[in-house]
Design a protein around this ligand. Structure first.
Ligand SMILES: [Zn+2]
Length: 173
């Protein structure tokens, strides 16, 4: 199924980890996640282009965010409760420490920060933002919650020299 052109991700494809890893369990080193992500980025950059690799990582992040929201978050909650639920899940899964810095519910515009981000916190300084997967993830979560399309762009990142990742999030017209 994974190798079919008709394959579409579904949450159950993450498998029964408890049964599959009775001794090793659910946790592994963050470096292993980053090894996967940045070797994939290496190959995508070389085989496609930096622009295409960025676009694909963002698109995969959006799919992850949509599925994350649909499967793990309570979409029936009002906005503040939904954000609290999201924060709690990101914390308990050790993805990062998310805060809402600014929110304009009328315009659907937000500034979010993520401290200790899984993807980038501690990376060597590179004078660029690198969390495109997270950009997609945030947009996907909000799309699944609101039914509207969102764009999230990282304006500060550990890799660009900040101590946090900061995302500007806007709803599309
Ligand atoms: Zn970042």
């Amino acid at each position: 199924m994974f190798k079919s052109e008709f394959y579409r991700f579904s949450w159950k494809d993450l498998g029964d980890i408890e049964t599959g890893r009775p001794n090793l369990g659910n946790l592994m080193n963050v470096a292993v996640y980053r090894l996967m992500q940045y070797t994939l980025r290496d190959v995508l950059n070389r085989r496609l282009s930096v622009e295409k690799a960025t676009e694909l990582l963002r698109e995969a992040g959006k799919l992850a965010g949509t599925e994350f929201c649909t499967n793990l978050l309570d979409r029936s909650l009002p906005f503040n409760g939904f954000v609290a639920d999201l924060q709690e899940k990101l914390l308990s899964l050790k993805i990062g420490v998310m805060r809402v810095e600014k929110s304009d519910l009328e315009k659907m515009e937000f500034i979010l920060t993520v401290d200790e981000d899984l993807d980038c916190s501690g990376l060597p300084l590179a004078d660029e933002t690198v969390c495109e997967y997270d950009e997609g993830f945030i947009a996907g979560v909000l799309e699944a919650y609101t039914g509207r399309e969102f764009d999230a762009r990282e304006v500060d990142c550990w890799a660009s020299g900040e101590r946090t990742c900061r995302f500007r999030v806007t709803a599309r017209e």
